[in-house]
Design a protein around this ligand. Structure first.
Ligand SMILES: Nc1ncnc2c1ncn2[C@@H]1O[C@H](COP(=O)(O)OP(=O)(O)OP(=O)(O)O)[C@@H](O)[C@H]1O
Ligand SMILES: Nc1ccn([C@@H]2O[C@H](COP(=O)(O)O)[C@@H](O)[C@H]2O)c(=O)n1
Length: 671
């Protein structure tokens, strides 16, 4: 997951390949609660690992459920409908799928068995309505106290005493604000059916009906057969009891699939985008996003557990759609609308206003930043395709995973705006952790950036100036890939040593360099399967690398390998000729220097701290020799590019150098 302050997406032009989706959030949290309430152990396969499921797991653990990981499987041993702890404080982040059902389940358990629980979340959770559910629970006779603003979390359910519940009369709940209120009651009320059946009646038109279908199907898997009259009246039969199905698989997330369906519809592809983990047989309502995408032009085929998508109509076709049945996935349509031939209007989406953020307002604001004309109303949004040029925009994500994932699709703007397109900056990309922590990594695996549009930042300079330290910190903060080009020359020198090739013998050295079997794995480096991490960093290896690197044929042989490190979202490359030869078009070139005395001192301390014996005067004279050879060789000598920014860090801390370079970087970006 990218934990950077922002993530810059280069302009993208193509997509194709295979994507494996993480488990569905809606199914994961329902299954966890049901398994937690049931007697016995449930093996949960393919559970989503994300912020929202983590808060549910923490809550179940606090309530006394036993949770055991066995590889990819989670074994949940439930409470069997009996409270094992009578008090707890539960923090549920911004997970509506945890807050609403846990409120209902704990309210009835606390009232019928004597208990008291506090449920809270992040600030936004305390702005998300829950009053209709609270009212329904109070009708039943459950004590529920507002700990903040009435009608919103935080809440206290139960008061420690045992209360008789009024299960004879139907419980009335509003259905037009959030279907999660009804889901919460359906999941919780089997707990109080000992004396007779319990009925729930819905006031108003129920929204997001497909989510109720998921709830009913999962209840059935846990042994509860709900009787119903349409979506107005539901009856939990007398004596309902949760029975674990033993093992249960969580489908891939259909809402998450929408980004990749859109990708296939937008991008020109040689091969389709294949989505695995969810298919046309999905039990999730958001699978019907496929129909909407098809109506806009996508070509979609699919089967059990898979979908394949390719571009059909282009530009996409604008449409008007009632999106009540696909509230979450419909957000993706709002961004697809940028690529359409006419306006797209999404109706009946009032629930967007009470989600992780006010999604209608947020979507309108961010699409306008890109240059789109957007009209919004209480329950609709209308997006016009862009008439003028696309703006390079810094997208605010409002701590809303779907805003980040949807708006990433705007990076395909070169397809309508013409070359070279503009990058899109996603602020706070880690918000995708709510449902799809590796979303951006997955995206980068299947997209192709526009030619020469992956940004590069180069750091060149003499030995021990701090290039490697600076470059790796810049790469970390930007979320970019890192090329330590010196490591390639060092590895060539080690390969030559292994093969008994002289460091002066250009042709065989070039041949070795051309077929280097190098592998980088985290901090470790392997050459033909051998771990060379430690020998690679030896001063003697640096000296050998300096001799190897004077040969033009060796440099040529390593050229292509270095270029291959330039991958989305971007690259920080350190070496001697990154800005002058390998990446002459880099957006920012830094030439880092420090006095030879400072550099020798730093290297001396570096070696001593690693437990390597070192001699300061010797290091200084080796540095001078290496500087001399690197700066004066006939090809790619170590010197600043004409457009490089010079940074003498002799008297600067590492952090000062990083801040200075990030400042320069920001100035070069179009945001
Ligand atoms: N600005 C700085 N101030 C103080 N120490 C620094 C600074 N920058 C780097 N150092 C320290 O100097 C040492 C050498 O840095 P580093 O290995 O990054 O240099 P390099 O230029 O990549 O060297 P080489 O060319 O040999 O790969 C490290 O121990 C690092 O922590
Ligand atoms: N782009 C580069 C990078 C390195 N070299 C040569 O390799 C030697 C070792 O480099 P380190 O940065 O790992 O110390 C270095 O002294 C250079 O001779 C190069 O030529 N071009």
């Amino acid at each position: 997951m990218y934990t950077t302050e922002f993530l810059d997406l280069p302009p993208l032009v193509r997509a194709g390949g295979r994507v494996r989706l993480p488990g569905s959030k809606s199914i994961s949290n329902r299954v966890l609660l049901l398994a937690g309430l049931a007697a016995g152990t449930t093996e949960v396969h393919d559970l989503l690992d994300s912020d929202d499921t983590r808060v549910m797991l923490d809550a179940l653990r606090l309530l006394g459920c036993d949770l055991q990981r066995d590889g990819d499987v989670l074994k949940v041993t439930g409470l069997g409908g009996q409270l094992s702890r009578k008090e707890a404080q539960l923090f549920l982040g911004n997970a509506g799928t945890a807050m609403r059902p846990l409120t209902a389940a704990l309210a009835v358990l606390a009232a019928s068995q004597g208990g008291q629980f506090q449920l809270s979340g992040v600030a936004r959770m305390h702005e998300r309505p829950i009053g209709d559910l609270v009212q329904a629970l109070r009708q039943l006779g459950c004590p529920v106290a507002d700990l903040g603003q009435p009608g919103f979390p935080p809440l206290q359910v139960g008061d420690g005493g045992v209360h008789a519940l009024n299960t004879a009369a139907p419980i009335r709940v509003r259905g037009d604000v959030s279907s999660q209120f009804l889901t919460a009651l359906l999941l919780a009320l089997p707990l109080v059916t000992a004396q007779g059946p319990v009925a729930i009646e819905v006031d108003g038109e129920l929204i997001s009906k497909p989510y109720i279908d998921i709830t009913l199907r999962l209840l059935a898997r846990f042994g509860i057969a709900v009787e119903r009259e349409g979506y107005q009246r539901f009856v939990l039969p007398q004596g309902s009891a949760y029975r674990t199905p033993g093992r249960i698989h969580v489908e891939g997330d259909a809402s998450s699939a929408s980004y990749f369906v859109a990708l296939g519809a937008i991008a020109g592809t040689d091969q389709p985008v294949r989505i695995e983990g969810v298919g046309l047989d999905s039990i999730q309502g958001d699978i019907r996003f496929v129909e909407a995408a098809q109506a806009m032009g996508a070509q979609v085929t699919g089967g059990p557990g898979w979908l394949e998508v390719q571009r059909g109509a282009w530009p996409l076709k604008g449409l008007t759609l009632d999106c009540n049945h696909i509230p979450d996935a419909a957000m993706t349509l709002a961004v697809m609308a940028l690529y359409a031939d006419g306006p797209t209007r999404l109706n009946n989406i009032a629930s967007w206003r009470v989600k992780e953020t006010d999604r209608i307002a947020a979507m309108a604001a961010e699409l306008r930043k890109l240059g789109a004309t957007v009209t919004e109303g209480p329950d609709f949004i209308e997006v016009q395709p862009l008439a003028g040029p696309w703006q390079a925009a810094s997208i605010h994500t409002y701590d809303d995973h779907r805003m980040a994932m949807c708006l990433s699709l705007a990076a395909f703007n070169p397809l309508v705006a013409g070359e070279p397109g503009v990058p899109v900056r996603i602020l706070d990309p880690k918000c995708v952790g709510k449902t799809f922590p590796d979303y951006f990594e997955t995206l980068f695996e299947v997209v192709t950036p526009a030619a020469d549009q992956v940004p590069v930042l180069t750091v060149d300079g003499p030995t021990a100036s701090g290039k490697g330290t600076l470059a790796s910190e810049l790469a970390r903060r930007l979320g970019f890939h890192l090329l330590d080009s010196g490591a390639l020359y060092r590895a060539t020198a080690l390969a030559a040593q292994d093969a008994g090739v002289s460091l002066d013998d250009e042709a065989p050295l070039a041949e070795l360099a051309g077929r280097l079997a190098l592998r980088f794995e985290g901090q470790r480096v392997y050459l033909a399967g051998r771990d060379i991490t430690d020998p690679l960093r030896l001063e003697s290896t640096g000296g050998m690398a300096s001799r190897v690197s004077v040969h033009p044929a060796v440099r040529q042989a390593l050229h292509q390998l270095q270029l291959s490190f330039r991958r989305a979202p971007g690259l920080v490359a350190d070496g001697r000729d990154m800005g002058t030869v390998v990446f002459p078009g880099a957006s920012l070139k830094v030439f880092l220097t420090a006095s030879v005395e400072q550099r020798a001192e730093r290297r001396y301390k570096q070696l001593i701290s690693k437990g390597v014996s070192a001699n300061l005067p010797q290091i200084q004279s080796d540095l001078r020799l290496r500087d001399e050879r690197d700066a004066n060789r006939s090809v790619a000598p170590c010197r600043p590019a004409e457009d490089a920014m010079l940074l003498d860090n002799s008297a600067m801390s590492i952090e000062d150098s990083v801040v200075q370079c990030l400042d320069w970087w920001r100035q070069r970006r179009p945001f």
